[in-house]
Design a protein around this ligand. Structure first.
Ligand code: PLP
Length: 378
């Protein structure tokens, strides 16, 4: 009898050789320095700056605290316009800063903030725009930048999914005032937990780095109400090693993407979103959209069918953050104002996507999906 295969999860963390980690940890042990800007942290910060091709980087303990500090560092107040089609952290960090999230709709193709919808909800209280490069698909940075300039707003990008994505050869962390990258283990590049902010204004460095360390200037002076957002040496040591194997993992994933595209690309009602021309794919997610009336089954049926075979796809991002109990009473959260976001949240499914998936795994996943598709008309 053949052995039953393991459940297939949506992702698995990229793990470097444990012996290599031991060598790095020996250095950490020898230094007797575990946090607060040690050697591992400082050298990783420099390497991330080079890899993302950005002028300034601050590393953090996780992406959520990084985004929280980004908003605090720009002193955003009143209202910030954002997308409901995202992970909870994007909306929660506004609330934690005492800022009211104002939801705008998304573009039905790119699934990122629709600039026209953003412009419609600007009021005298608006201080900024918080966009998400969802699945590594860039926001319309030119249009959002133009709106921000005309209305005197700041722009922050949640680039949690967009590590090393580029727009026309420019690192995606160069757009807007600040961008945040997450280094959670579900991300292609990770440091166990972690994250960073990137920004062009060198003057922000001192403020951001103070904010992530309680606002401590020196032994006797605390000059602002900071928080603890520091990346420690163990995280940074792991980050160094994962950075060395990211390119190979991304190449493996892009081959898996090609197999998915070959095996699913011809199914009516199954749409495979792609990054636009001139954009480098971060390799973070493989997402499909199920147009139920054409496909013959809806997204939830596809999800359930995969689950019954112990294949755990994820409905990223459903529900919309505007539908959470903590936000749904906001006037901008009314579903009739967010038709594209509701449509997309009902269609998307992230399929398993990590380098260790075998060709057989991908074929099995595709067979389950194909078995639900409406038979082609003869
Ligand atoms: C869009 C988005 N924003 C923010 C975060 C939060 O990042 P972290 O888990 O590093 O705090 C995530 C996921 O982890 C995310 O997917």
């Amino acid at each position: 009898m053949s052995k039953k295969r393991d459940p297939i999860l949506v992702t698995r963390p990229l793990l470097p050789d444990l012996n290599d980690l031991m060598v790095r940890l020996q250095d950490v042990w020898d230094s007797k320095w575990l946090s607060n800007g040690g050697h591992q942290h400082n050298t990783l910060e420099q390497r991330i700056r080079e890899r993302l091709d950005v002028p300034n980087v601050s590393l953090f303990s996780n992406g959520t605290i990084a985004l929280l500090v980004a908003i605090q560092s720009l002193r955003l107040q009143g209202e910030v316009i954002t997308t409901p089609f995202t992970f909870p952290a994007t909306t929660h960090v506004l609330w934690w800063n005492g800022v009211q999230p104002v939801f705008a709709d998304i573009d039905p193709e790119t699934m990122t903030l629709d600039p026209a919808s953003v412009e419609r909800v600007i009021t005298h209280r608006t201080s900024g725009i918080l966009g998400v490069h969802v699945y590594g698909i860039p926001c319309d940075v030119a249009a959002l930048g133009d709106i921000a300039d005309r209305h005197g707003l700041r722009v922050i990008y949640d680039a949690a999914h967009a590590f090393e994505a580029e727009i026309d050869g420019v690192g995606i962390g160069n757009f807007g005032d600040i961008s945040m990258f997450s280094f959670h283990p579900t991300k292609l590049f990770h440091s166990g937990e972690g994250g960073c902010l990137t920004y062009r204004d060198p003057n922000l460095k001192a403020r951001i780095d103070l904010l992530k360390n309680f606002g401590i200037r020196n032994e006797f002076e605390v000059i602002m109400p900071g928080i603890n957002g520091k990346m420690n040496e163990l995280q940074a040591a792991l980050g160094h090693l994962v950075l060395e194997i990211v390119d190979e993992e991304r190449a493996r994933r892009l081959r898996i993407r090609q197999q998915y595209e070959r095996e699913l690309g011809d199914l009516p009602g199954l749409v495979i979103p792609k990054v636009g021309p001139g954009v480098k794919d971060s390799g973070q997610y493989f997402v499909i959209r199920i147009k139920a009336s054409e496909f013959g089954a809806d997204r939830d049926q596809v999800y359930d069918a995969l689950r019954s075979q112990e294949i755990f796809a994820r409905k990223y991002f459903f529900p919309l953050t505007s539908d959470y109990t903590c936000y749904r009473s906001l006037s901008s959260a009314r579903p009739e104002l967010l038709p594209n976001a509701h449509m997309v949240a009902g269609e998307v499914l992230c399929l398993p996507y990590f380098g260790e998936l075998t060709e057989d795994n991908v074929s099995e996943i595709c067979d389950v999906i194909r078995s639900l598709a409406r038979p082609a008309a003869v």
